[in-house]
Design a protein around this ligand. Structure first.
Ligand SMILES: [Mn+2]
Length: 656
């Protein structure tokens, strides 16, 4: 190939000029002389002109680069025999030269561009960056290298080296895939299923379940062992777990479809723990995962790796199991803990509602039966309980019942029992300071378990199947028996708690809910008085109506709306509007936002087909399959709506 040298740079223009002058003088001798003078002037004047411009060129941003490879080749010797892929680039990443090995990596040298761009962006001095070329992996590195040109100018080039890391990557992947994943499988409702099933059919049902689970283990090359009639232990390699994830654990559906006659569907919960190279950690994670799966109502898979939880399934409603036995056991334990304590502090969630306040009052009634001092920690009277609060003050018996955080902290000692009701989330309790100082904690809640749960409680009664915390507390009062004397206001408050959380005994209402209501009625509750505790004022009613009117439909059957800001209790109004929207034919879920101060509160409702808990969890909230909420800081309502739409889309994508 012919290469232009410095010598050519003079010869070619001079020769051209000569021809032009010759042609010009053929046409007219004076034109020829003129052109000659012009040519001579340009020839001698050019270097001077160039020099004049030189300072400007020098101030350009980019340093000189060696696009002229001849210059480079004269000064820079590429080590052709280097056993690794090697290339020299100009400062902008254009390839100037490369060795044979480099050519072997990139069959088309244009393909190297992508890798070079990645290295330019990510590689610091002395660092390597992993790059993938087809099936292979390389640790790529760039280095700066000064090159001196003939005229003494110093320029910079980049050297690029690639070290084959394919084996290393393969081994790392293999090592990760080989990790043992521990998993526990529980049948959620075995007792209830066999209760309603002819005895002769039990073995068939059991065998069918075993077969499905064994098939699952076989498909992914795992092992499964039955520990008890409704418990299994399942081991699988991490590499194979992805197969199950890809199918979104359709084993949940397979099991639910098993039918050997007239019985409720069997559902399973699966807790999967990944623990890196530690089996112990994997086991701990599996336990935490199965706890969460059951706490969230069962019929789902929870995978725990490190601190992260991933959820699959969770479509069926909550299952109530062995409720009566549990309530009795918990009531006994509570009785003993109260007996040992020096005093009791009880608190619900922030912005308390009738369920949390009713539950607090129920606990106070239990404590009173044991002559223990009991106070409700409450810094502000929530709007949802204002009517109840007025009645309490009017009765004259409850002036000293509630105390502020500062006073609570003063009276706390090591034997103070702190009872949390109607929430299990650290961030949601009325007074996080009291929770922090508390040495002995008891927890009563009915919300589906979320990840920031209070974990140091000595007694937990957390039943996602229960309609309300007031129902759980009432159940325990029933078990403790005649020792507990409820006042009319306390009975009203507990019944109001159940009424508000069940939407007038519509949702999540089981036989136990009615039994609890009947018990409260016998002990002085009055449904008309309870009804009055809910009465809305006119402004709130109008706000609710406006939220319903302004609702927009998203994806055809999901209602999204906002609640006007001018009402006193807009969070409650938003929740009521979300409930109201569910009465509209065709609506499968509703989301209503309202803004209080700098916070946007979201109330979400559904009938269960759409899991609003999972959607709200994406926005940092939580709750139940059908009733959930979230709070967003520092956003305007439009942004909040957009975030909801996005979360719904993400959720539906995951479900698809
Ligand atoms: Mn509640």
């Amino acid at each position: 190939m012919y290469k232009i040298t410095k010598h050519d740079k003079i010869i070619v223009p001079v020769a051209l000029m000569g021809i032009i002058i010759f042609v010009c003088s053929l046409i007219d001798i004076y034109l020829g002389i003129g052109t000659l003078i012009g040519g001579v002037a340009v020839f001698f004047g050019w270097p001077a002109l160039k020099e004049l411009h030189a300072p400007f060129e020098g101030t350009k941003e980019e340093p000189p680069s060696f696009l002229d490879t001849t210059v480079l080749q004269g000064n820079f010797h590429i080590p052709h025999n280097l056993p690794i892929p090697y290339a020299v680039l100009d400062i902008r990443g254009h390839i100037l030269m490369y060795n044979q090995k480099f050519a072997e990596v990139f069959s088309d040298i244009e393909d190297a561009k992508q890798s070079i761009d990645k290295l330019l962006k990510q590689s610091g001095a002395g660092e390597t960056t992993l790059i993938q070329v087809a099936e292979k992996y390389f640790e790529g590195a760039l280095d700066h290298c000064d090159v001196i040109e003939e005229n003494g100018a110093v320029g910079t080039v980049l050297t690029m080296t690639l070290v084959d890391a394919t084996k290393k990557q393969q081994l790392a992947k293999l090592l990760e895939d080989q990790q043992t994943v521990v998993s526990m499988i529980f049948l959620d409702n075995y007792e209830e299923v066999v209760d309603n099933l002819d005895e002769s059919r039990w073995p068939i049902l059991s065998a069918l379940i075993d077969r499905k689970l064994n098939q699952l283990a076989q498909d992914v090359d795992g092992v499964i062992r039955k520990l008890e009639k409704d418990r299994y232990f399942f081991l699988v390699k991490k590499g194979k777990l992805s197969q199950l994830k890809e199918k979104k654990f359709d084993i949940l559906n397979d099991i639910r479809e098993i039918s050997v006659g007239d019985h409720i569907p069997v559902t399973i919960s699966m807790g999967i723990g990944i623990g890196g190279n530690s089996l112990d950690v994997a086991m701990q994670n599996a336990k935490a995962a199965i706890d969460l799966a059951l706490g969230r109502g069962g019929d789902q898979v929870v995978v725990k790796e490190g601190e992260s939880f991933v959820f699959y399934g969770g479509k069926a409603g909550e299952m109530g199991r062995n409720a009566r036995i549990r309530a009795r056991v918990k009531a006994d334990a509570l009785w003993e803990l109260i007996g040992e304590s020096s005093g009791i502090l009880v608190m619900g969630h922030k912005n308390g509602d009738l369920d949390s306040m009713g539950s607090c009052m129920g606990i106070c009634a239990i404590a009173r039966a044991m002559d223990k001092r009991c106070n409700i920690v409450m810094d502000e009277v929530g709007v949802g309980i204002r009517r109840l609060w007025d009645k309490m003050l009017a009765s004259g018996n409850y002036q000293n019942l509630t105390i502020k955080t500062s006073d609570a902290l003063k009276m706390m000692d090591a034997k103070t029992l702190v009872i949390i009701v109607d929430t299990h989330r650290k961030s949601m309790v009325e007074s996080p300071q009291v929770l922090e100082v508390a040495k002995r904690i008891v927890l009563f809640d009915h919300h589906r378990k979320s990840t920031d749960a209070i974990d140091q409680a000595v007694l937990v009664y957390h039943e996602a199947y229960a309609s309300s915390t007031a129902e759980l507390i009432t159940e325990m009062i029933q078990h403790i028996g005649k020792k507990v004397k409820l006042s009319n206001i306390e009975a009203d408050a507990l019944l109001a708690g159940i009424t508000v959380d069940t939407k007038n005994f519509c949702v999540k209402t089981g036989a136990i809910t009615f039994e609890a209501a009947a018990f409260l009625r016998r002990n002085g509750a009055d449904s008309i008085r309870v009804r009055l505790l809910f009465q809305n004022d006119m402004d709130a009613y109008k706000a609710k109506a406006s939220a319903v009117k302004d609702a927009e439909l998203f994806m055809g059957n999901i209602a999204i709306s906002v609640c006007p800001a001018n009402v006193e209790n807009s969070t409650l109004t938003a929740a009521q509007a979300a409930d109201e929207l569910m009465n509209v034919t065709g609506i499968k879920a509703s989301f209503v936002c309202c803004k209080v101060g700098d916070t946007v509160y979201i109330s979400a409702r559904s009938f269960g087909e759409i899991n609003v808990q999972r959607i709200m969890e994406r926005l940092g909230g939580g709750g139940h399959l059908t009733v959930s909420g979230a709070q967003l800081q520092g956003v305007v309502l439009e942004e909040a709506k957009e975030k909801i739409r996005h979360a719904i889309q993400e959720y539906l994508k995951e479900e698809a």
